[in-house]
Write a protein that binds this ligand. Structure first.
Ligand SMILES: [Zn+2]
Ligand SMILES: [Zn+2]
Length: 262
């Protein structure tokens, strides 16, 4: 992983010098470091606490209408787990200590779905280096360009049998070992993780890297959505300000509105 981390740091650093000249970005690095790890800890804690509560409730006593916000809230927190890991891949969760930074990233993707952080880091580095090309693991295969075709191709590239077997074992352990109701596991553990993968793919890959009618117009082959900072946060933690993310890969997600230009 060291090589990839070094490479990724180098590519992040290459933008840092440009960023130093960017007016309006005056938060000192020490404060930014502090915010990054606190925000990551809040997201991870909310995810864990909310999941714990939802897995322990008696669903028969819950009014049906409450199911929808409960699932959506957990989906939003799942997306937060991934966004935290993504920031860790760019070394901005805790820049003062990259070992802690990458450990938090590894924990976040493991909790998300037993993903291998090293593998994701390597693929994300390729995504930034060769965006929307055949070398980009996040890009479609030039055959399946539709939303679902591309999504399944994307998911296939990030899943493997070992991981799926691991998830099945965790399900059995939670259901049979800890006696958590299977319906709770399906509704609050499986469904939100799948929904958030659709959310992340739609707002962070499909809308942002599909080829516009007029063709790609920038070196990152990326576009940003037109959402206000509020809706940008609600939809995908500003991941939709994607051109800005590629332009300033060392900025954490919560600082992207500062550099977003309509
Ligand atoms: Zn991208
Ligand atoms: Zn990135």
């Amino acid at each position: 992983m060291t090589t990839e981390v070094t490479n990724l740091s180098a590519f992040n650093n290459s933008s840092k010098s440009r960023e130093a000249n960017f007016s309006g970005l005056s938060i000192s690095r020490s404060i930014a470091n502090f915010y990054g790890i606190i925000i990551a800890a809040v997201i991870l804690s909310l995810w864990a606490i909310n999941l714990g509560i939802l897995l322990s409730i008696d669903i028969r006593k819950l009014q049906f209408l409450w199911l929808i916000p409960a699932i959506f809230w957990q989906t939003f927190l799942y997306a937060g787990l991934f966004i935290t890991a993504h920031d860790a891949m760019h070394g901005v969760v805790f820049p003062a200590n990259l070992k802690i930074n990458h450990s938090l990233g590894a924990i976040a993707v493991f909790l998300y779905g037993l993903f291998d952080y090293k593998d994701l880091l390597k693929k994300h580095w390729l995504h930034h280096r060769y965006p929307a090309t055949e070398l980009d693991p996040d890009y479609h295969d030039r055959v399946h360009k539709s939303f679902f075709g591309w999504y399944f191709h994307f998911m296939k590239g990030y899943s493997n049998w070992k991981q799926l077997l691991g998830l099945a074992l965790v399900f059995l352990l939670l259901a049979e070992g800890l006696h958590i109701a299977k319906i709770n596991l399906v509704l609050f553990w499986i469904v939100p993780s799948l929904l958030s993968s659709l959310q992340l793919f739609y707002f962070g890959t499909y809308l942002t890297h599909r080829e516009p009618k007029e063709g790609y117009t920038n070196q990152h082959r990326a576009t940003s959505n037109n959402l206000s900072p509020f809706w940008s946060f609600i939809t995908c933690y500003h991941f939709g300000y994607h051109k800005e993310h590629h332009d300033h890969p060392h900025l954490p997600w919560w600082k992207l509105p500062e550099v977003y230009q309509k």
